[in-house]
Design a protein around this ligand. Structure first.
Ligand code: 0A1
Ligand code: ZN
Length: 876
C-alpha cells in the first residue's frame, strides 16, 4: 500500500537519534485562555554521531516565543521553524548543553485532546503517542529517555491542585492569587509518559505499603462532588499493587501514585508515570449509576494502567512499531489479574468473545495489520484490537508453550535485562528463548504475519486408536504479509462418556504432544493415541490456546455431549458457542428454522439452568452471539436485516424453550440486594439475559416494565430499559421509561451516555430518525468523546439493522457526523470510522452504498490524516 507515499513511516527506517536529551526542566504557567511553557533541555550529541548533524525537534501547532543555547539567544539562521519542527544547526560537537525553548499554547481551544487541554475547567495533558510536541519542541519519540523536573504555576482559585509525574518536591504561594508546585520524576522516561494536571478537584486518599516496605500515598482525584464514587477504583488499585508483587515480583517505585479522572478523554486511560489520567468512565462508580459491566471495566483499566508501570514505563518501547510490547503484555497481565481475582474460565470466555467480536473482523478485513506493524501513516490508528488483544494472545501462547515456571523466568529476565530501556519484540522474545531453553523461531512469525489462521482438525477412530490430523493455513490478506506455518500450541482433552479426561500418551509426527498440548510447528501434523477404552469426545483448543479459526467438523452429537460433559469449563462453553454460532449463521443466510435450531437452543437453556456451574458461566452459556459476530460467521453477501431477524427469532424461541425454568429463575432472583461480588454479578447477568428471551417469547413488555420500575441498581434498570427500547420501541411504556430515566439522571454525564447509547443501538424501523433527533438534543455534545461514541458508535457499531439500512441513509448520517467530528477531534472520528471495516462482506447493494459513502468521506476537503488513513485503508 502507499509505499511511495512519503508520509509512511517504516520500521526498516528506524535509526537512533543523533542527540540525547538527559534532563527536562519544564516551567508551565497556566492562565485563563493561554499557557506559557519554558523548557530547559539538557542535550548532548550522541557519541559517534556526525558533527554536522542538525537537531530536528518535533512540534505541532506551537508558537515559539524564545530560544537560547546555554543562556545565549540563538541568532537568526542557526535555526528554522516549520509547522512540524524546530531545526537547529551548528550545535556543540561534544559535551552537554542547555537548550531553552519558550512556547505558548491555547489549551481551551485544543479540541483534539492531545497535548495540553482543558476539560471542565481542569487543565490536563495527553501525550501518547505524539502529544508532547504540542506542549514544547522535543525529540518526541519513545527511545529518548530523560528525567523530568516540572514546575507548574497557576491561579490558586481555579487550580488548587497541581500535579505532575514523580514525587512532589515543593509548593507555595505566588503573587496575584497564584501558586506553584514542583515535581521531580527520577525515573528516565519517554515524553509520551509526561503528564500534568491542574484544577479544582476532590480527592480520595489511601496508602499502600510495598513488600519492600515503601509507603506509597495513593490518591484519586475527581471533579467536585464525585469522590465517593472512586472507592471501588481505589480498592482495585490496591489489589492490583498487591497482585503484581505476588504474581510477577514487581513493586511500585515512587512515593506517590496519583490518578485523575476527567470528562473529556480520547481513550480509556493513560499510564503516565506516577500520574495516571483516566476517562472518568473507568473510575467513577456506584450501584445506582453504574452497571456490573462498568465495575468490571474499572477494575480492568485501573489494573491495566497500574501494570504499565513495569511493562511500558520502566521498560518502554524503542519505537511505535513495538507498541504491542507494552500493550499486548499489559493486557495479558490485566487478564491474568482478573482471572486470579475472579473466575479463570469466565474471564477467559469473556476475553475470547472480545477477541472474536473485535479483533477477528479487523484481522479479516481491510484494516488488517500484523501485531507488530511495519508501516503506518498515523500511529494513533494503531491502538487496535490486533495490537492489544491479539498481542495479549501471543504472550499467552508463550506462557502456554513454556509452562508457568519458565514463563515467569523469562519475564524475570526481561525485567532484569531491560529495566530502564526502550526495548523491542526481539529483546522480549530472546528472554523467553534463553530462560525457556526453547527456540521461538516458528513462533515469532505470529508478530509479523497478519490474518487469522485456520486450524483444521480431523479425527478418525477405530479399535481403541484415535488419530488427530491437524493442519494450518493462513490466507494472504489486505496487509500482504507472509503465510508461513507458525508454532501453534493446541490444548486438548479426550473426554470419556463418564465426563472425565482419559489418560493417553500420544505418538506424534510433524507435531509434538506433551502435557495436554499438541505443538503444531509445520503445515501438517498427526497425533495418534492408542489403547483407548472407548471412542473419546475430542475437546480441542481448550482455553482458546491459539487465536485461530477452528475448522473441525465434529458431529453435532459430540458437541452437544461436550457442552454437557467436558470437565473443562471453557471446553463446555466453546462446544456450545460453536454450535450456536453455526446455527445462527445458517439462520442469517436462509432464515431461522425452529426445528433445526431446537436441539441447540435446548442445550443453551440447559446450560443456563445448570446449577453445577457458577452463575456467570451460566450467563455466558445462555448468551447468543451479537449480530456483528453472526454476520462475520455468515461470511459473504451478508444481509444485516436477515441476520437481525434471525437472532430475534432465536431469542424468542429460546424464551419459549426455557419456559418454566426461565420464569423460575427470574422470580427467584427478583429483589436480590446489590453486591459487586462475582456470584451476585453472575446471577444478574443470567437473569437479564433471560429477561430479553422471555419478554420476546411472550411478546410482552410488562416484565421489563416492572423490573425497570422496581430496580435498585443500574444493571437491572438498564437491562430492563434495553429490553423495552430494543424490542418494544413503540410502546407508550417505553417512551415513558426513557423519559423518566433521562429526567432522573439529566445531570449525570456517565448515565446520560448510556441513555444516548441505548437509543442509538435500538434496532427498529425509525431508529435513524431517533438518532437524528438525539444528535440535535441539547445534551448531545460532539466535542465530548464519550458522548460522540455513545451516539455515533452506538448507532454505527451496535445497530447493524439501522446503520446498514438498504437505502444507505444510515451510512450517510454517520458520514456527516464523522466529517463534523473530524474538524474537532480527528482521532475519535477515525476510530468511529472503523465501523465501516467489514463493508466488503455485505450483499452487493449495501456494499456499493457503503463504498460510495467511504469515497465521499475521503474526498472531504478538510479531512484529517487520521480519518483519511482509516478510510483509504478501508477502501483499498
Ligand atoms: N496507553 C494507553 C492507551 C492510550 C493510547 C493513546 C491515547 O491517546 C491517543 C490515550 C491512551 C493504554 O493502553 O491504556
Ligand atoms: Zn495499555
Amino acid at each position: 500500500m502507499h509505499d511511495d507515499d512519503e508520509q509512511v513511516i517504516r520500521l526498516e527506517d528506524y535509526r537512533p537519534t543523533d542527540f540525547l536529551i538527559h534532563e527536562v526542566d519544564l516551567l508551565v504557567c497556566l492562565f485563563e485562555g493561554r499557557a506559557e511553557v519554558r523548557a530547559a533541555l539538557t542535550v548532548e550529541r550522541r557519541p559517534g554521531s556526525p558533527e554536522a548533524a542538525s537537531l530536528s525537534l518535533d512540534g505541532d501547532e506551537l508558537t515559539l516565543t524564545s530560544l537560547a543555547l546555554d543562556g545565549e539567544r540563538l541568532p537568526e539562521g542557526s535555526y528554522e521553524v516549520s509547522p512540524e519542527a524546530l531545526t537547529l544547526h551548528g550545535l556543540p560537537a561534544s559535551g552537554r548543553f542547555t537548550l531553552s525553548i519558550g512556547t505558548t499554547l491555547e489549551p481551551e481551544k485544543n479540541t483534539k485532546l492531545m497535548g495540553l487541554y482543558r476539560t471542565r475547567g481542569v487543565w490536563c495533558t495527553q501525550c501518547e503517542a505524539e502529544g508532547f510536541r504540542r506542549i514544547t519542541y522535543f525529540l518526541d519519540r519513545p527511545d529518548v529517555l530523560a528525567t523530568y523536573r516540572v514546575r507548574i504555576e497557576a491561579p490558586r482559585a481555579a487550580a488548587p491542585v497541581l500535579l505532575a509525574n514523580g514525587n512532589p518536591v515543593e509548593s507555595g504561594p505566588l503573587e496575584g492569587g497564584r501558586h506553584f508546585a514542583l515535581w521531580h520524576d527520577p525515573h528516565p522516561k519517554p515524553s509520551y509518559l509526561f503528564a500534568l494536571v491542574a484544577g479544582d478537584l476532590d480527592v480520595l486518599k489511601d496508602d499502600f505499603t510495598t513488600a519492600g516496605g515503601r509507603k506509597v500515598d495513593l490518591a484519586i482525584y475527581t471533579e467536585k462532588g464525585l469522590s465517593a464514587r472512586s472507592v471501588y477504583a481505589m480498592d482495585a488499585l490496591k489489589r492490583s499493587m498487591a497482585w503484581d508483587e505476588r504474581r510477577f515480583g514487581r513493586e511500585y517505585d515512587l512515593d506517590v501514585f496519583n490518578i485523575v479522572a476527567v470528562s473529556d478523554f480520547n481513550m480509556g486511560a493513560m499510564e503516565n508515570k506516577g500520574l495516571n489520567v483516566f476517562n472518568h468512565k473507568y473510575v467513577l462508580l456506584d450501584p445506582d449509576t453504574a452497571t456490573d459491566g462498568d465495575y468490571a471495566g474499572v477494575e480492568t483499566v485501573i489494573a491495566h494502567e497500574y501494570f504499565h508501570n513495569w511493562t511500558g514505563n520502566r521498560i518502554t518501547c524503542r519505537d511505535w512499531f513495538q507498541l504491542c510490547l507494552k500493550e499486548g503484555l499489559t493486557v495479558y497481565r490485566d487478564q491474568e489479574f482478573t482471572a486470579d481475582e475472579r473466575s479463570r474460565a469466565v474471564k477467559r470466555i469473556a476475553s475470547v468473545q472480545l477477541l472474536k467480536s473485535q479483533q477477528f473482523p479487523e484481522d479479516q478485513g481491510p484494516l488488517q495489520h500484523p501485531v507488530r506493524p511495519t508501516r503506518y501513516r498515523e500511529i494513533n490508528n494503531f491502538y487496535t484490537a490486533t495490537v492489544y488483544d491479539k498481542g495479549a494472545e501471543l504472550v499467552r501462547m508463550i506462557a502456554t508453550i513454556l509452562g508457568p515456571e519458565r514463563f515467569r523466568a523469562g519475564m524475570d529476565l526481561y525485567f532484569e535485562r531491560h529495566d530502564g530501556e526502550a526495548a523491542t519484540i526481539e529483546d522480549f522474545l530472546l528472554c523467553f528463548e534463553e530462560a525457556g531453553g526453547r527456540s521461538l523461531e516458528r513462533f515469532r512469525l505470529w508478530y509479523a504475519q497478519a490474518g487469522t489462521p485456520t486450524l483444521s482438525v480431523r479425527e478418525t477412530y477405530a479399535d481403541g486408536r484415535l488419530t488427530l490430523s491437524l493442519s494450518q493455513r493462513l490466507a494472504r490478506g489486505a496487509a500482504g504479509t507472509g503465510t508461513e506455518p507458525m508454532h501453534m500450541p493446541v490444548r486438548f482433552g479426550l473426554v470419556g462418556s463418564n465426563g472425565a479426561d482419559m489418560e493417553a500418551v500420544p505418538r506424534a509426527e510433524g507435531a509434538k504432544a506433551e502435557d495436554g498440548i499438541i505443538h503444531l510447528l509445520e503445515e501438517k501434523g498427526e497425533v495418534v493415541f492408542e489403547g483407548l477404552p472407548e471412542r473419546p469426545l475430542v475437546s480441542i483448543l481448550r482455553d482458546f490456546s491459539a487465536p485461530v479459526t477452528l475448522d473441525f467438523p465434529q458431529s453435532r452429537e459430540d458437541r452437544l455431549a461436550l457442552a454437557r460433559l467436558d470437565p473443562d469449563a471453557f471446553g463446555r462453553w466453546r462446544a456450545l458457542a460453536d454450535l450456536v454460532g453455526e446455527t445462527l449463521a445458517d439462520a442469517g443466510r436462509t432464515g431461522f428454522s425452529p426445528a433445526d435450531a431446537a436441539p441447540v437452543l435446548q442445550a443453551v437453556a440447559a446450560g443456563a439452568a445448570d446449577e453445577a456451574l457458577e452463575p456467570s458461566l451460566r450467563a455466558q452459556m445462555a448468551a447468543l452471539p451479537g449480530e456483528g459476530e453472526i454476520a462475520r460467521l455468515v461470511g459473504q453477501d451478508v444481509d444485516p436485516g436477515r441476520v437481525h431477524r434471525a437472532r430475534i427469532a432465536a431469542m424468542a424461541e429460546l424464551g419459549r424453550i426455557g419456559g418454566e425454568s426461565f420464569a423460575r429463575l427470574l422470580a427467584e432472583g427478583a429483589g436480590e440486594p446489590f453486591s459487586p461480588a462475582p456470584d451476585s454479578v453472575g446471577r444478574r447477568a443470567l437473569r437479564n439475559t433471560i429477561l430479553a428471551f422471555v419478554s420476546l417469547a411472550a411478546g410482552d413488555a410488562s416484565r421489563a416494565e416492572r423490573q425497570f420500575a422496581g430496580a435498585t441498581n443500574m444493571t437491572d434498570r438498564l437491562a430492563a430499559l434495553a429490553v423495552l427500547a430494543h424490542h418494544f420501541p413503540r410502546e407508550a411504556a417505553t417512551r415513558k421509561a426513557l423519559e423518566r430515566f433521562h429526567d432522573t439522571y439529566a445531570g449525570d454525564d456517565l448515565v446520560l451516555d448510556k441513555w444516548f447509547m441505548l437509543q442509538a443501538s435500538a434496532a427498529h424501523e425509525d431508529a435513524l430518525a431517533d438518532v437524528e433527533r438525539l444528535a440535535a438534543h441539547p445534551a448531545f455534545k460532539l466535542a465530548n468523546p464519550n458522548r460522540a461514541r455513545a451516539l455515533i458508535g452506538g448507532f454505527a457499531s451496535a445497530n447493524p439493522l439501522a446503520f446498514h439500512r438498504p437505502d444507505g441513509a444510515g451510512y450517510r448520517f454517520v458520514a456527516r457526523m464523522l466529517t463534523e467530528l473530524d474538524r474537532l477531534n480527528p482521532q475519535t472520528a477515525a476510530r468511529l470510522a472503523t465501523a465501516f471495516r467489514s463493508w466488503r462482506s455485505l450483499e452487493p447493494g449495501r456494499r456499493e452504498l457503503a463504498a460510495q459513502t467511504l469515497r465521499a468521506i475521503a474526498q472531504g476537503k478538510q479531512i484529517s490524516r487520521d480519518l483519511k488513513d482509516i478510510v483509504d485503508r478501508s477502501l483499498q
